[in-house]
Design a protein around this ligand. Structure first.
Ligand SMILES: [Mg+2]
Length: 307
């Protein structure tokens, strides 16, 4: 996730045409944010907040996670250089509500316009908590799906955002167990079978039509894949990149070079590609280029200890 995020940071907001002429092929600095090469952004920082919280509390504590989100935005904690340089609108509004005294579980945006990719981009570490808590059969249970809803809803509480997180983690679980195409099909099926039972989610099942049919999704031309901030587009783009490439590097570079929300498309695609190709599949020079490696390593280490 961090590698895909960091590859995308210097290209954020660039359009596809610009990147076609001058594609990202390695870790570079600069761009809109003017950060050094290897700098990862809000996507990774907010994922680290979840990991640090679970490591400290030993369980999911919504208030503690939100406090860490606030520490990230207000104090630059969980960042490579001590500065939060890219807090999204819906996340920012949720953190502001928390700082005004709203309970953590009521902080997330609930409007149709609150369906940016800001909870999807930080949700992946939750997979390992769910596996630890419920075993590898978690994906057939309701409780873990409700935990996903709680963690998304801290910032993104609309059914579309929650479902994106649920589908993503179900697919991630299946990727650990089987090949990519089969994983996307069965992960999507398990997730939607859960959401079909919940009245307030029923109206939004159709937004996932394009990922239900993995063969058709894979065959879509690049022009049919959008890579802005809308969470449905981000998930589709990440899956499309995974389906149409055969290595970690190929997948994340494809994702980043789609343009616009490059870091988050890279992060979401990179998370799945990391699971698909494993640690050995990550280019060594990209691991070495990541900023603040000691922080990443120590948080991964303390998180894995409580799982
Ligand atoms: Mg970002």
């Amino acid at each position: 996730m961090a590698i895909g995020d960091a590859l995308g940071v210097p290209a954020e907001f660039q359009d596809r045409e610009t990147l076609r002429r001058n594609p990202i092929t390695k870790m570079v600095g600069g761009g809109f944010h003017g950060q050094p090469a290897g700098t990862w952004s809000d996507d990774t920082s907010m994922a680290l907040c979840l990991m640090a919280s679970v490591a400290a509390c030993g369980h999911l504590d919504p208030e503690d996670i939100m406090r860490r989100f606030a520490d990230w935005r207000e104090k630059g904690q969980y960042t490579p250089h001590g500065v939060c340089f890219d807090c999204g609108g819906t996340c920012g509004a949720a953190i502001s509500r928390f700082l005004r005294g709203v309970r953590a579980k009521d902080c997330g945006g609930t409007g149709e316009r609150d369906n940016g990719n800001g909870s999807l981009m930080r949700i992946l570490p939750l997979l390992f908590f769910l596996r630890g808590e419920y075993g590898i059969g978690w994906y057939k249970m309701s409780r873990p799906m409700l935990e996903i809803q709680i963690v998304s809803s801290l910032t993104h509480a609309h059914p579309i955002s929650v479902m994106a997180c649920g589908i993503y983690l179900q697919i991630a679980e299946q990727i650990i167990q089987r090949g990519t195409e089969e994983a996307i099909t069965s992960g999507t099926k398990y997730a939607l079978a859960f959401y079909e039972q919940i009245p307030e989610y029923k109206d939004y099942l159709h937004v996932w039509d394009r990922i239900r049919d993995v063969t058709a999704l894979k065959a879509l031309p690049e022009d049919a894949i959008k890579s802005g901030g809308y969470v449905v587009n981000t998930l589709e783009a990440a899956l499309w990149c995974l389906l149409n490439t055969d290595s970690y590097a190929g997948c994340v570079l494809r994702a980043v070079n789609l343009g616009r929300d490059t870091d988050t498309t890279g992060d979401v695609a990179g998370g799945l590609a990391g699971l698909a190709y494993g640690w050995e599949g990550l280019p060594k020079e990209w691991i070495a280029a990541l900023q603040a490696r000691p922080m990443l390593d120590s948080l991964c280490d303390s998180y894995s200890k409580v799982l």
